[in-house]
Design a binder for this molecule. Structure first.
Ligand SMILES: Cc1cc2nc3c(=O)[nH]c(=O)nc-3n(C[C@H](O)[C@H](O)[C@H](O)COP(=O)(O)O)c2cc1C
Length: 200
């Protein structure tokens, strides 16, 4: 039984959830929880009764986001025994290079040691806002292939080396153009012009 946990505040619309849904295609017996909306006690019960946990969350200021930290702290503070369980991790960030997630991963590895869970591998996704959306699939195949590899690893219950994905197909300049376009689109939905979004 696999427990997949989405730590993103953005719930179903998050990139973290997209990656978990993708991974779930490889698994038979799983439940996906959203930390933002699912009942916290149910999540803890499921964690206690499972063999394998897949934790996905966004990078916030080089760290796990607060919802994810709340879960980690709760388990640590309450001495919940996670020995004989495996942990796989998916971290995604806004920057193009997945390596930015490494500090957050080290925080997770440190926590894993403290709560006795077997850390079994990770995928660190760069350009999460692009890789985590179906609409950009025409440029995300390299990262998605790595995600597939990670999914197979989880299915086979194997230990997996940390995988890092970087949006190599886009230069920094083009990547910034993508980001600006996305902010302009979001602004428009909220009745804001390009000028309104500029820092005055
Ligand atoms: C408060 C905040 C802090 C963030 N800090 C970082 C950061 O330090 N480095 C980075 O590359 N991206 C950062 N991001 C971008 C998110 O990691 C990125 O948008 C991610 O794809 C969101 O994933 P989600 O949809 O699963 O929540 C930050 C976003 C927010 C809202």
């Amino acid at each position: 039984m696999y427990i997949l946990i989405n730590g993103s505040q953005k719930n179903h619309k998050s990139n973290s959830r997209y990656f978990l849904d993708y991974i779930s295609k490889y698994l038979d017996d799983y439940t996906i929880y959203d930390l933002k909306y699912d009942f916290f006690d149910n999540i803890i019960d499921s964690i206690i009764n499972t063999d394998t946990i897949v934790l996905a969350f966004p990078l916030y200021v080089d760290s796990p986001n607060s919802l994810t930290l709340k879960l980690l702290n709760y388990i640590y503070d309450n001495n919940i025994d996670l020995s004989n369980k495996s942990l796989y991790v998916i971290i995604n960030c806004g920057f193009r290079e997945g390596i930015h997630n490494i500090t957050a991963l080290n925080i997770i590895k440190n926590w894993a040691t403290k709560v006795n869970i077997k850390y079994s591998g990770s995928i660190l996704v760069g350009a999460g806002e692009i890789v985590g959306k179906e609409e950009y699939s025409y440029i995300t195949s390299i990262a998605i292939n790595k995600l597939k590899k990670f999914g197979r690893c989880i299915k086979d219950n194997k230990e997996c080396n940390d995988i890092i994905t970087t949006m190599d197909l886009l230069t920094n300049r083009i990547y910034c153009m993508f980001a600006n376009h996305s902010w302009t689109k979001k602004g428009k939905i909220n009745n804001l012009t390009k000028k309104d979004l500029k820092i005055k």
